[in-house]
Design a protein around this ligand. Structure first.
Ligand SMILES: Cc1cc2nc3c(=O)[nH]c(=O)nc-3n(C[C@H](O)[C@H](O)[C@H](O)COP(=O)(O)OP(=O)(O)OC[C@H]3O[C@@H](n4cnc5c(N)ncnc54)[C@H](O)[C@@H]3O)c2cc1C
Length: 506
């Protein structure tokens, strides 16, 4: 079956998933990756015996990953040792209140009753109502939206009254909880989409429900191991992955993608081209404007983009007594979020996320030491902030917060190696448009049929995978984007590929 040649631009989670699915069905897959390693934002960073995940540290909806491996006739457990993270996370609010939600509903309800008296009933309602919403929403996200007619799909029409797209995530959660901190505990997940809970559609309460209902996971070695496992599967099925091979241009002839030109001038042809590179970057840099009517440079500049992140990867010479995931909220969280999403200015008192994976997975650091991953959500490069100038002072500011509020007293004196990434690095080194790490924003006007289509609408023979297409940013949705796009490609190649039948949820 297959036999047709597919070129994939980028070996990030989207490109690897598509490559794995298509190679397993006999397509001749060639993945071209500009970096020397696979994974993109989901690659490893290795320093002096310490290992860090570059980007994703939360693996949710692990059944989607299992389904992808099953579709490629494999078992995830033959490639990855995945453990549950329990509790989900430590949430620390300004009043020094700490909340450790977990998948154990009884224990979580008891904590809520103690910390946020009266709101425990809202928690029960949240679980029941949102479960219903999730069941309606998931099937809507598993199908492509290539035309406005698709908005009339029965499953979407039936789901609409349950999706809460008419109000913001924060307003929606306010219908369950009175206490402002508890509302934040169930809405901060908008940050996974790079958005503000005060702007993000109420639909996305399904993310906190997924965490509370299905849990969070960590593959031993780090989440980047998913990328290397997928790369292994691609190669096992005869696909090739060319590293350190940047693509210069996607070649379009007579309204059809016919291949790519590499930066070194080599021209490669294919029956189909899949684009995994960041969507806005790929359009503005890899596709000459004469081939774009809808996504001109100007149209792209007018889109809404997610926030960015300031990152510290710290190798330390000791272990730390804090959980795996820690979120230290800004004293004025509303202001912090507005600075990021509305004012586009640098927060001087930001929220900070710290991952201390060695508590669960000591393999990520030399014995007795630990690898700390620090993520600060901040405004993207629309801000015009001069990162070369700001970085040293911002690093100090973040370390102050970590030492005083995160449970990492004396941290500075234990750092033995470190790496910093700023929005400028995301843009220049990782080819992420405006350094918007979570891609195009997920406002209703940029979702479903209004998001760049999986079967790309500008020219034939081209498909998009990754956070910039439907269903959106985040690992499970990116895997889903690749499954949808691979299915469309198979359809165009005249092969019936019953992916849909293999979906276990929804
Ligand atoms: C800091 C951070 C934290 C995140 N945390 C989470 C999380 O906890 N959980 C979660 O589910 N998601 C998370 N995400 C979001 C998302 O899952 C990841 O960003 C994911 O890696 C995006 O995958 P992708 O396939 O869309 O793009 P990418 O990972 O960016 O892959 C695109 C690939 O294309 C390559 N490329 C670009 N241009 C070219 C070119 N010209 N030629 C050849 N190759 C090219 C890139 O090098 C890259 O390998 C996080 C993202 C970031 C940045």
């Amino acid at each position: 079956m297959g036999g047709k040649k597919v070129i994939i631009v980028g070996a990030g989670p989207g490109g690897l998933t598509a490559g794995m699915l298509l190679a397993s069905r006999g397509f001749e897959v060639e993945i071209l990756e500009k970096e020397a390693v696979v994974g993109g934002r989901n690659a490893a960073i290795e320093m002096d015996g310490f290992v860090f995940d570059t980007g994703p540290t939360f693996l949710m909806m692990r059944y989607v990953l299992d389904e992808i491996f099953a579709l490629a006739s494999r078992k995830t457990s033959d490639y990855l040792d995945i453990r549950e993270v329990d509790p989900l996370y430590r949430l620390r609010f300004d009043a020094q209140r700490e909340f450790f939600p977990s998948r154990n509903r009884e224990a979580t309800a008891q904590q809520i009753a103690r910390l946020f008296p009266g709101d425990e009933k809202g928690y029960e309602r949240f679980l029941a109502n949102e479960e219903r919403k999730l069941a309606k929403a998931i099937p809507c996200l598993q199908v492509p939206y290539g035309s406005f007619f698709h908005l009339a799909r029965l499953r979407l029409l039936k789901a609409l009254p349950f999706l809460d797209i008419h109000r913001t995530l924060y307003d929606h959660l306010a219908s369950y909880f009175d206490h402002p901190d508890l509302r934040i505990a169930f809405t901060f997940q908008a940050k996974y989409l790079g958005m503000s809970p005060w702007q993000c559609p109420g639909l996305f309460s399904i993310i906190s429900l997924i965490e509370h209902g299905q849990g969070l996971y960590h593959p031993i070695g780090g989440l980047h191991r998913i990328s290397t496992a997928m790369a292994r599967a691609v190669r096992e099925d005869g696909g090739t992955i060319r590293l350190s091979t940047p693509v210069q241009e996607i070649l379009v002839e007579n309204g059809r993608a016919v291949g790519v030109r590499l930066q070194d001038g080599e021209r490669l042809t294919a029956d189909f081209v899949i684009v995994n590179a960041d969507f806005a970057h790929a359009m503005t840099r890899l596709v000459p404007e004469q081939h774009r009517r809808k996504y001109t440079d100007k149209a792209i500049a007018g889109k809404r983009f997610s926030c960015s992140t300031f990152m510290l990867y710290l190798g330390t010479d000791r272990t730390w007594d804090i959980p795996h995931h820690n979120i230290i909220f800004a004293p004025d969280y509303r202001k912090n979020v507005a600075e990021i999403a509305e004012a586009h200015e640098l927060s001087r008192d930001p929220s900070v996320y710290v991952q201390n994976p060695c508590v669960l997975d000591p393999s990520m650091a030399p014995p007795g030491k630990s690898a700390l991953y620090v993520l600060v959500p901040i405004t993207n490069n629309e801000s015009g902030i001069d990162w070369e100038k700001e970085t040293p002072a911002y690093r100090e500011l973040v370390l102050d917060i970590l030492e005083s509020r995160a449970g990492l007293a004396g941290l500075r004196s234990h750092i033995v190696c470190e790496k910093v990434l700023t929005p400028l690095d995301w843009e220049q080194r990782y080819n992420v448009y405006r350094g918007a790490t979570f891609n195009l924003a997920h406002n209703v006007g940029q979702m479903l049929v209004w998001r760049p289509h999986n079967r790309f609408e500008e020219f034939k023979g081209c498909y998009l995978v990754g956070g910039g297409t439907h269903p959106g940013s985040g690992l499970p949705t990116i895997y889903e984007s690749a499954r949808i796009s691979a299915e469309l490609l198979m359809e165009d190649a005249g092969i019936r590929f019953p992916f849909a039948a293999a979906r276990t949820q929804g």
